[in-house]
Structures are given as C-alpha cells and as structure tokens.
Ligand binder design. Structure first.
Ligand code: THU
Length: 129
C-alpha cells in the first residue's frame, strides 16, 4: 500500500469523526505489519479534555486487535499544512515500532516523518528502573 492510498483510508475514516466542539475533524489510518488497516477519529466530549485524538484512537483499536508492530500511520484534517500530531500522540507513537508517519491535509499535501523526527529525545521504557 502506498502513502496516498493509506491517506485515502484516513480520509474515509475522518467522515466519522465526532468533533462537535472544535469542528475540526481528524481521521487516521494505521497500517499494521499484518497488512490490516485500523481506523481512528477524534472523539470529543462536552468535558473538553476528555476527548481523544484520531491517532491515539487508531493505535488503541489496533492494540486491542492484538497488533503491536506497524508499517505506517496516516493522519488527515482540513488544515492549511499537513496535519501534525499533538505532543501526547507523539509520545504514544514512539511506544511502538512504526516505520513512518504520513501527515496530510484535504488539499492533497503530504509530509512523511519518522516518530523520532516527530519527537526527538523522547522519554521511553529505557529510562525506567
Ligand atoms: N486532533 C486530532 O485528533 N489529531 C491531531 O493530530 C490534532 C488534533 C483533534 C483533537 C481535537 O478533537 C481537535 O482535533 C481540535 O484540536
């Protein structure tokens, strides 16, 4: 699966975003090493901080299905530049092996980064006693 195909999946998932408070719908598509694709959308809440981002929703869905190794994650929103994952999602992304993260917007712009490029000097399990 190429990057644009994965972005197309993310765009399809995005139509199910629940974002009544921000109006900013985000979709994510996570390609596991198994070849399966897991979707995520942002799910907001009247108690604003309780909402979850599309990227973490996709990772939760995949891990729930038994996946722990990933090829690529695509994330898309109607943003001026390709949608950048928030800091909390970056920390979740570095927890699992994943080759690349594809940032996209609905205008068709793409940017491909590694988790380490998204979150250099990340805190990780190696720091724990
Ligand atoms: N959001 C995501 O789902 N992913 C991102 O990469 C950026 C932000 C969500 C959180 C919130 O529901 C809305 O977008 C506005 O911040």
């Amino acid at each position: 699966m190429n990057d644009r195909e994965l972005v197309a999946h993310a765009a399809e998932f995005r139509s199910r975003a629940y974002a009544p408070y921000s109006g900013f719908a985000v979709g994510a598509a996570l390609l596991a090493r198994s070849g399966k694709i897991y979707g995520g959308v942002n799910v907001e809440n009247a108690s604003y901080p309780v909402g979850i981002c599309a990227e973490r929703a996709a990772i939760a869905a995949a891990v729930t299905a038994g996946e722990r190794e990933f090829e690529a994650l695509a994330v898309i929103a109607d943003s001026p530049a390709p949608c950048a994952p928030c800091g909390m999602c970056r920390q979740v992304l570095v927890e699992f092996p994943i080759a690349r993260v594809i940032l996209a917007n609905t205008a068709g712009d793409l940017r491909v980064l590694t988790p380490a490029e998204l979150l250099p000097h990340a805190f990780g399990a190696a720091a724990l006693p």
